[in-house]
Design a protein around this ligand. Structure first.
Ligand code: GLC
Length: 438
């Protein structure tokens, strides 16, 4: 029997490399989708934003063993429900997260309004299993929305379609009356979320187990979303293509709009003993790789039940934010970049300007192979210092660079080019004189 995790891995999001491409091809063949005509305009801010904060928070945060704990430890629902008594966060914790996101250079936030556990952080007329009607006594989604807006950040709602708490959540697959009830509940909650909190920027569905798009009535659900929130963007996890793809825990470029979501350690929901933190250097590299491929990076925090954010997350995000203060030009509003080839540096691009994120700074010289555009000028982004270089058909060679890296943890060089920077590959094959014959 397939476990829920395997099931969601297989069907909640495309997991195989290349699946994105298949999906985009599939999208081309699909009949028109709700939102097609307005997509370009709705997506503009998001493409420019590049970097968002994901927040996984719920009753599972009380236990601190990740968000799948109910399923993974086979906890009886009635026992799990008791966690609601212990979920009483500090006042206004979302203000801290929004401030952290702002400092980190993140432009939008996406919070779990309801995860697979079924507990709603928002006020719902459709269930009592929601924060305002339990010990917490507050609408945590309202606090979150207000906090994000106060920092000028865009607001996203994660909402899990799969629901382990709802009595029809599993049997809806085989029982049509149950399916109807369950879909009415799910659509009803999406309606509540998109009606009661003002302008919402992103609807981030998750895990469409156990139904098909027809079963979920996903097209009707998206149409409702656009009726209630004409500018909203929606992801692809209700089994429709939506506005963007959602590669998870990996970065795979897709032909369409895409966003790679990733944890900062190895866990989405708070995990007390997970100390496998990604250093700021890795986060920056990932963000740059996403930007190069025209994608976004949605990076997760898993607050504790009281709302406090594990200290390593805060430190790493602060470091990334400080780097973005100096080097944000190489990330925000950049275009897809066709440069690929260097083991020392990454590439991003805005129109004809190329940015090199130098991950391994080796002192006085740096070579970039195969740049086909002509480099006109170059400077260090952190200090503005002009750089000298030579360029021939095969090599762009910087000389006289500072011996120690001018920035930390990654130094960015900005190169003005005479046209879009592209790169030839397989340089020897293309006729570069062979070492021994020169
Ligand atoms: C998966 C997991 C879930 C997590 C999500 C984030 O679908 O089931 O726990 O919220 O990925 O993308």
């Amino acid at each position: 029997m397939i476990s829920r995790r395997e099931f969601s891995a297989a069907f909640g999001a495309p997991m195989l490399a290349g699946a994105g491409q298949a999906q985009s091809q599939q999208q081309e063949k699909l009949p028109p989708q709700p939102g097609d005509e307005t997509r370009e305009g709705r997506m503009k801010w998001w493409h420019d934003a590049k970097f968002g904060m994901f927040i996984h928070w719920g009753l599972y945060s009380v236990l601190g063993r990740r968000e799948w704990v109910l399923e993974q430890e086979a906890i009886p629902i009635s026992e799990y429900e008791q966690l609601a008594k212990r979920f009483t966060p500090q006042p206004n914790v979302a203000r801290q997260w929004a401030k952290l996101a702002k400092r980190a250079g993140q432009k939008y936030m996406v919070m779990t309004t309801k995860h697979h556990e079924g507990f709603c952080l928002f006020d719902s007329k459709l269930t009592d299993y929601c924060a305002p009607k339990q010990a917490c006594g507050r609408d945590l989604v309202r606090e979150y929305v207000e906090a994000a807006r106060a920092e000028g950040l865009r607001v996203g709602f994660y909402y899990s379609l799969m629901d382990w708490h709802h009595p029809d959540g599993e049997i809806c697959l085989k029982d049509e009356a149950a399916r109807k009830r369950f879909v009415a509940y799910i659509h009803g909650q999406v309606r509540e979320l998109l009606t009661n909190y003002g302008k919402i920027d992103i609807l981030w569905y998750d895990v469409a187990h156990p139904l098909t798009a027809e079963g979920w009535e996903s097209e009707r659900m998206n149409r409702m979303a656009f009726e209630l929130q004409p500018d909203i963007i929606v992801n692809n996890r209700n089994r429709l293509p939506g506005d963007f793809g959602t590669p998870e825990q990996r970065i795979t470029e897709e032909a369409r709009a895409w966003e790679s979501c990733m944890t900062l350690n190895g866990s989405w929901g708070y995990c007390r003993t997970d100390d496998d933190w990604k250093p700021a250097r890795t986060v920056i590299r990932n963000l740059a790789v996403c930007s190069r491929g025209g994608g976004n990076y949605l990076l997760n925090i898993g607050p504790r039940a009281d709302g406090s954010v594990p200290e390593p997350s805060v430190q790493i995000l602060n470091q990334v934010g400080a780097w973005l203060d100096r080097n944000g030009k190489s990330i925000y509003g950049t275009d897809r970049c066709r440069m690929r080839y260097s083991e020392m540096a990454g590439f991003t691009r805005r129109v004809n300007t190329l940015y090199l994120q130098v991950h391994y700074w080796d002192g006085e010289t740096l070579s970039i192979p195969g740049l086909e555009a002509k480099a006109l000028s170059a400077r260090l982004l952190a200090t503005g210092e002009k750089l000298t270089f030579k360029q021939d058909q095969f090599r762009l060679l910087f000389t006289g660079l500072p011996v120690t890296p001018p920035d930390d943890p990654v130094t960015v060089i900005e190169v003005e080019c005479d046209r879009e920077p592209t790169q030839m590959d397989r340089l020897l094959v293309r006729g570069r004189p062979h070492r021994r014959s020169v």
